[in-house]
Ligand binder design. Structure first.
Ligand code: 13P
Length: 340
């Protein structure tokens, strides 16, 4: 394992003012997003949509890396340049989702376990050949009556640590993603409790598996009210609870925390990220690895129509720029209207 190369990649992914684009929606989840804008989910439409994002002029000012999906890492831009090479040519680091999705955890109703460890060593070697320099594995923790159980949190933490150790062996920076879901009517305190318990188990497992913390990135949920909770916490409350929770649970050796958006609106995700960075210096970089929150306005504008591509690219560039401002704590709501 070349530790210094891993550390350099991890640092580059959280470089000043930059964050990660998650463009790794599985074929199932992108089909849902396309259906919402009446686009058929064919391999060609998925290629064309993602190529539009990757070729947005200047977006590399704000985007350090892109997480690709197995299909996408093998696809190419309109001019035939393979996507990983196209991104690397712009100074954007290609990454790859390597988990096989969250499945029902047998014997634990309402809980999930992420699959994909079998054969992972060989898949990682192939992805590295194809140009990937980092990877992602997402664990799902649901909040509800009597859940999550400690067993489910531990099983997912164990799988995350096995994945992370294999990534580092292969020379890929593992993005460790334990997502406590915002689905439900729980309040922000409950989210904080569950997030803290999950992170403690994740870091204990990473330690036991010998994972080098300087060569990973953590991709968590923000500590936030459940979607159906009658009392929605403000951005300031979210920032305060999230920073408190992570300062307690995440070692300072971790270079960066790159938040997922997880069903927040694009504006809400940016505002929350901004509020965290406005609280001042933290032991780790506080950045983003958004899927929906970077893409939603652009996807809405595109709707599968070639003539809409310039407008869709402008919206993607704008969202990336606003999230870059949020990394400095200098975003304001007035900046939202600038592009319209
Ligand atoms: P969202 O930002 O849409 O939650 O996606 C991020 C991601 O990669 C989820 O695994």
């Amino acid at each position: 394992m070349n530790k210094s190369a891993l550390m350099d990649t991890a640092q580059a992914l959280v470089a000043k003012g930059k964050g990660i684009l998650a463009a790794d929606g599985s074929t199932g989840s992108i089909a849902k997003r396309f259906a919402a804008v009446d686009v058929e989910s064919t391999a060609e439409n998925r290629r064309s949509y993602r190529g539009m994002l990757f070729t947005t002029p200047g977006v590399e000012e704000f985007i350090s890396g892109v997480i690709l999906y197995d299909e996408t890492i093998r696809q190419a831009a309109d001019d035939g340049t393979p996507f990983p090479q196209l991104l690397a040519g712009k100074g954007v680091i290609p990454g790859i989702k390597v988990d096989a999705g969250a499945k029902d955890l047998a014997g634990f109703p309402g809980e999930r376990i992420t699959e994909g460890l079998d054969g992972l060593r060989d898949r990682l070697a192939e992805y590295r050949e194809l140009g990937a320099r980092f990877a992602k594995w997402r664990a799902v923790i649901n909040i509800g009556a009597g859940i999550p159980t400690r067993f489910c949190m531990l099983a997912n933490a164990h799988a995350l640590a096995r994945y992370a150790a294999l990534c580092q062996e292969a020379g890929l920076v593992p993005i460790v993603e334990p997502e406590v879901m915002m689905t439900g009517d729980h309040d922000i305190q409950r989210c904080e409790e569950v997030t803290a318990a999950t992170l403690q188990l994740v870091f204990s497992q990473l330690h036991q598996h010998g994972v080098v913390l300087e060569g990973i990135l953590l991709k968590p949920n923000t500590v936030i009210s459940g979607k159906d909770c009658p009392k929605q916490a403000s951005a300031e409350e979210v920032a305060e609870a999230t920073v408190r929770c992570f300062r307690r649970a995440v070692p300072a050796a971790v270079p960066g925390i790159v938040f997922l958006s997880g069903g927040q609106s694009p504006e809400q995700a940016t505002e929350n990220l901004n509020a965290m960075n406005a609280l001042g210096d933290h032991p780790w970089k506080v950045s983003f690895s958004f899927g929906r929150a970077l893409q939603a306005p652009s996807l809405q504008a595109w709707r599968g129509v070639a003539a809409n591509i310039p407008a869709a690219k402008r919206l993607f560039y704008h969202r990336a720029k606003l999230n870059s401002a949020a990394r400095y704590g200098t975003y304001s709501k007035e900046m939202e209207v600038a592009v319209a």
